[in-house]
Design a protein around this ligand. Structure first.
Ligand SMILES: *Cc1c(COP(=O)(O)O)cnc(C)c1O
Length: 474
């Protein structure tokens, strides 16, 4: 295992003084009641759901940590933006406003709106990815991997080894390992590699950030080999904030300056705007070259919609444009990432094994060490997700063997190195009190962990199986 260079580790990278008590830079104007069903009801609901919380009706969930995707609370400015949406089919004013905000915040000349991040992937991959191609990167997101494999191409994970050791604390656990990348490129040959992909933050790897130096290094390597670099930008603002807090020499720059430099190294970016742009629906495909834009345009029209709305209403584009600014505000980012850190640290203090250090958007419980009596083929993380719902009406999500799916070539399960239960924190939605309740429920589960049983499939869908699978207890 390679260790981080000393220059990557300023002494105080974990003591970000602005963090622990940075209060939210907003107050609550509207509330949404939530309700905890009683234990007997929760048991019935989970059985009916086939032990898969994707099948649980949302109003039967007390605290919903399934995802931070599209679940954020929009601000009064975003709601006001909706009223200014221009629903013209061609040349919408809202499109031009969105385009200007993308240029200002992300620095890309060309942009196509899409209905979600995966739609941007679909359009880009339709142009660039072909049968037998290899796409190296740092832990590709599940929809990204599915789009690659759907085209009979392969995603190769070149994340640094430290990412797969839950308790190793280094500042940039999401980084690409340049040696691994070089090896893949040497073995494959550049003609089979349509692009190298960097995902910021590294979602599947625990919401861990990628350093600016790492993006620079990958870019330099891509330049040397004549390869394109694409950024999956779902959480670019959180990543830029970590760079500002942790990377030597970056502390005096603004998050927006850092984000712009990060993007300056990319030929294209796909973005799920449901994350750092804090909208409930939306995506972006951004490009630097007119040629790539022209090629992508045909597919955007085919799959999404005309160039100036893609998959979105004018009002959605307005809220997205506003959200790009709000999502990159530093007091907001300090409060958000601070909340996730406080939650994670409180679990560590209570002896719950989590991926350290806490990432930007979620806390990941290490299910292998939480449930050491279960084998990975018994889906320990999925079992833990079920118990979290039964015990406290809380919805988490499995990031483990179920999600990793079967190998398309061998048909075998491919248990990942980390077997995790993710608890994702929606933006601007829950208070620290909610998260303390989640901690208390986890402590109860830990104290009765021997009673937690493994699972097996009763129905296994052929593609993206985690969404629709059904299970029973062994
Ligand atoms: C959410 C996400 C996507 C896919 O975006 P959708 O909007 O859900 O389609 C892609 N990559 C990453 C890193 C994500 O977090």
């Amino acid at each position: 295992m390679s260790t981080a260079k000393p220059s990557d580790q300023p002494h105080d990278w974990q003591n970000t003084s602005s963090l622990p008590s940075h209060p939210e830079p907003y107050k609550i104007k509207m509330v949404e009641p939530i309700h905890l069903p009683d234990r007997a009801e929760r048991e019935l609901i989970l059985q009916e759901a086939g032990l898969n919380v994707f099948n649980v009706p949302a109003d039967r969930v007390f605290i919903d940590l399934l995802t931070d995707s599209g679940t954020g609370a929009m601000s009064e400015h975003q709601w006001a933006s909706l009223m200014e949406g221009d629903e013209s089919y061609a040349g919408s004013t809202s499109f031009h406003r969105l385009k200007a905000s993308v240029q200002e915040i992300m620095g890309f000349e060309y942009m196509l709106p899409t209905h979600q991040g995966r739609a941007a992937e679909n359009v880009l991959h339709s142009v660039l990815v072909h049968d037998g191609d290899i796409i190296p990167g740092n832990s590709h997101f599940d929809t990204t991997k599915a789009h690659i494999e759907f085209r009979h191409a392969h995603a190769v994970d070149c994340t640094v080894d430290e990412c797969f050791v839950p308790d190793v604390e280094i500042p940039f656990k999401g980084n690409v390992d340049l040696d691994k990348l070089r090896e893949v490129v040497d073995q494959t040959g550049v003609e089979k590699i349509p692009f190298v992909l960097i995902t910021v933050t590294n979602n599947s790897g625990g919401g861990q950030p990628v350093s600016l130096q790492n993006v620079r290094d990958v870019h330099a390597f891509c330049q040397e080999r004549g390869l394109r670099l694409v950024i999956d930008a779902a959480r670019f603002a959180e990543n830029a904030w970590f760079i500002q807090q942790r990377e030597p020499g970056q502390g005096d720059r603004t998050v927006r300056e850092i984000a712009k430099e990060m993007f300056s190294y990319a030929d294209a970016a796909t973005m799920s705007a449901k994350k750092d742009a804090i909208v409930n629906m939306g995506g972006l495909l951004c490009m630097r070259s007119e040629e790539l834009y022209t090629q992508c345009s045909s597919f955007n029209i085919l799959f999404e919609g005309y160039l100036t709305y893609g998959g979105l209403s004018g009002r959605d584009m307005e809220a997205l444009a506003t959200g790009l600014y709000e999502g990159t505000e530093e007091d907001y980012l300090a409060a958000r990432i601070g909340q996730v850190k406080r939650f994670g640290d409180s679990l560590t203090e209570a002896g719950i094994p989590i991926v350290r250090p806490p990432g930007g958007h979620a806390i990941y419980v290490d299910a292998k060490s939480f449930l050491p009596h279960l084998d990975q083929e018994q889906f320990p993380a999925q079992a833990l997700v079920c118990e979290l719902y039964l015990e406290g009406g809380i919805r988490g999500v499995e990031i483990g063997t179920v999600l990793a799916d079967r190998d398309p070539d061998t048909g075998k399960n491919r248990p990942p190195k980390l077997e995790l239960m993710r608890m994702t924190i929606p933006r601007r939605v829950y208070t620290d009190n909610h998260l303390q309740y989640v901690r208390d429920v986890l402590v109860t589960l830990r104290d009765r962990r021997e009673s937690i049983r493994g699972l097996k499939f009763t129905y296994e869908p052929p593609i993206l199986r985690h969404f629709r699978a059904r299970f029973e207890w062994e």
